[in-house]
Write a protein that binds this ligand. Structure first.
Ligand SMILES: Cc1cc2nc3c(=O)[nH]c(=O)nc-3n(C[C@H](O)[C@H](O)[C@H](O)COP(=O)(O)OP(=O)(O)OC[C@H]3O[C@@H](n4cnc5c(N)ncnc54)[C@H](O)[C@@H]3O)c2cc1C
Ligand code: FES
Length: 279
């Protein structure tokens, strides 16, 4: 069992928790993830390692309440326990040779982007961050991004805070105005990453995306997280989650991500917690 050391609500549907998991904390790197089960009959869900403290033995996770399992996790409080917390899984994000970078985060994807921005900042890179949300109420981690970014742009779809529109607009503007990024990292909804790649591919700016397909075992055995990258089959849990954005078949990934919609809708319908937690 793994103890929840702290819990903080970041917005109406996003929660941060610190879990006491010293063995995971000891080896965790930005870009990796864990798989947890809330109860012993619960489903396995992957969540990115949003931070870690090796001395305290804690690992930070930030999750959006989107369905039955995340709703169940969200009713747990500091001092309570979750059943399993397995990791670190997947490959750490590679940052060698990067001296100027643009990190593009969308929604809860910003939770995944933040440790990367911090790692690059600590390594001495010039970090420009562009973070986007549907509206002002959904903004998370702005102060944390400010602390590790040389330049931060906040966008909202409806213009209720920061710039109005999608993250791709300031990215394109920056590239057009001569910002020479060694790399762009895009982390967020599939459609957002696809749009970022459409901009950067045209401008020939190397782009890494963090893929989040349905995962089951997280060890490369079930095939659930299969993606096509550069015409080859890859498993996001062991080959990724980071991939060269120019090579990812986003259209296939978008279709595959909707495969279990019917089951998930049924689980949501039967989940009393969701009726009160999520609109
Ligand atoms: C490598 C990786 C890292 C992730 N990191 C984060 C994170 O840091 N924060 C966060 O909020 N979310 C993250 N996710 C997504 C998270 O796993 C899903 O939101 C969660 O599984 C939803 O479960 P649910 O039962 O609450 O919702 P459901 O109603 O079951 O599903 C809602 C949506 O979540 C996704 N999903 C469901 N089950 C899985 C699964 N087993 N694997 C992957 N996606 C699934 C699907 O897109 C689905 O439509 C990550 C996914 C992956 C693959
Ligand atoms: S989750 Fe099973 S192969 Fe990746």
């Amino acid at each position: 069992m793994f103890k929840i050391v702290s819990k903080r609500k970041l917005n109406s549907t996003v929660t941060m928790m610190e879990i006491y998991a010293p063995l995971v904390a000891k080896k965790a790197q930005a870009g990796q993830f864990i798989i947890l089960r809330v109860n012993d009959d619960g489903e396995r869900i992957p969540l990115t390692i949003a931070g870690f403290d090796r001395e305290a033995g804690t690992v930070k996770i930030i999750f959006q309440i989107v369905g039955a399992t995340t709703a169940l996790l969200n009713i747990k409080n500091a001092g309570e326990y979750i059943q399993d917390f397995v990791g670190p899984l997947g490959c750490a994000t590679r940052i060698d040779g990067i001296s100027k970078v643009c990190i593009v985060g969308g929604g809860v994807g910003c939770a995944i982007a933040l440790p990367l921005a911090q790692k690059l900042h600590e390594a001495g890179a010039e970090v420009h961050s562009i973070i986007g949300f549907r509206n002002k109420d959904l903004i998370i981690l702005e102060d944390e991004f400010k602390r590790c970014s040389d330049k931060l742009t906040v966008m909202t779809d409806d213009g209720s805070y920061g710039g109005k529109g999608f993250v791709t607009a300031p990215l394109e503007e920056a590239i057009n105005s001569g910002e020479n990024y060694d790399e762009v990292f895009a982390i967020g909804p599939l459609i957002m990453m696809k749009s970022v790649v459409a901009v950067t591919k045209q401008k020939k700016v190397p782009t890494t995306v963090s893929m989040n397909p349905i995962m089951i075992d997280g060890t490369g055995m079930c095939g659930g997280c299969r993606l096509t990258v550069g015409g080859n089959i890859k498993f996001a849990c062991v080959d990724g989650p980071d991939f060269n954005g120019f090579d990812v078949d986003f259209d296939e990934a978008i279709v595959r991500s909707a495969m279990y919609k019917e089951f998930e809708a049924r689980a949501c319908k039967n989940c009393n917690l969701l009726k009160s937690e999520v609109k």
